[in-house]
Design a protein around this ligand. Sequence first.
Ligand code: ADP
Ligand code: GLC
Length: 477
Amino acid sequence: MKKILFVTSEVHPLIKTGGLADVSSSLPKALTALGQEVKLILPNYHGLKLGQIPNVIALFRIGRHTVQLLETMLPHSSVVVWLVDCPEFFNMAGNPYVDAAGNAHPNNAERFALFCRAAIEVAMNRVQLNWKADVVHCNDWQTGLVPALLSLEYQCPTTVFTIHNLAYQGLFTGLTAALLQLPGQLLSPDGLEFHGMISFIKGGIVYADKITTVSPTYAQDIQTPELGYGLEGLLIYRDEDLTGIINGVDGDWNTEEDPLIAQNYNSSSLNDKVINKTALQARLNLPIDEKVFVLGLISRLVEQKGIDMLLDCLPELLTLPLQIVILGAGDKEFERRLQQFAAAYPHKMTLIVGYDEALAHQIEAGADVFLMPSRFEPCGLNQMYSQRYGTLPIVRNTGGLADTVVDTLPETIANHTATGFIFNDAHAGTFLEAIKRATLLYSFPEVWRQLQVNAMSRDFSWQNSAAQYLELYESIE
Ligand code: ADP
Ligand code: GLC
């Protein structure tokens, strides 16, 4: 049995901005089910959704800051969560990374440096908890200083760093190094320095014993200039220690038991799925029509997700007999342009700006297809949720989308492996063509039903992926 400290900046259902929160909840649970002892550690943000008041279990200092360690449980699990409480850094409005206006918190470098240092104190058993980690598993740039600083410790635990998204690197001016009092030996170009800046993500990529990313294809993608953001050389150098392990789907996404949808169903009762379609139409004031083709999209509205391609498609798409339901928030300009279309075509398109967990489930259950035209996608979760819900994903051929969706072609229809629609080029035209391909097949109900059954029978359970992580932990000397 390994003692694993899982270091993350968000975890569902306590706080979530994207898929990292889902993984930070599901993977520790799945590792626990494999008999491992996992402790989750994250900052005690003021917006955390905590069921009960957590207990104070330790008190220590990081530099001139006093830190309390609080303990609670991850809801519906036996996973212990440790919260790093330091109100001057984490008791602020907005989400973990940005303020209410969408601007990065100005002291993010100090905030996450303190979080990393606190995680190290805990991992090294220096806070009187009588618990020392065997493995410290870090996630994304917010935790990147952990492997870097741990590398300077005597008898340190082994480290794994998972890249969920290389586009976010935690880059700060060179002056930050002094502000954070980072040890000089970490500051060379072989260490944290990146073109005169300090890169938190390099802390993970340079110093962790093993690096993972969230799909095999993305592990390759980031070794190219197009998606490596200047780190491709380093990633190629570390290729032997870099693996892609695909994410899984949490048990909450289960059509048979989902309490958030109008009608539960499974692959043998797919006729019932339409009740979710009409419930969704009713909720969103769209014309109620069982037959109309409904396209869903749930996403952070950012460039990564190909929202510009969708916008370019909309003028033609909205001439077709279909309905489009979009739930998301992010870039204000994307929100504004999408809203213009929704206002012009109220009987065909609805945009809900915001974050709504229940509606996300209702869209997955009620739509016929799910749009995910990402420019890049490390893994992507919604294309997997969609397949589980018999809602065929239309995705671009990149990263985890390429690894989890099987395109609908004559041979994949014949051998019952087709589960969605894939297009190659990042252009509105090719995206539109894929949507039209789906529309055409939707007019053949028997073929469509078989595609849904194929999709719903895919195994996206966390068990397999957690077993791969465990094997990786055990492979480190
Ligand atoms: P990313 O982490 O890049 O945002 P993923 O596909 O890995 O993309 O995960 C996104 C997660 O966030 C999914 O669970 C998705 O359902 C959820 N999500 C994104 N936007 C919203 C929203 N506006 N309301 C509810 N859930 C959302
Ligand atoms: C990131 C990626 C997404 C991935 C998620 C969880 O936010 O953008 O593709 O699914 O992390 O690993």
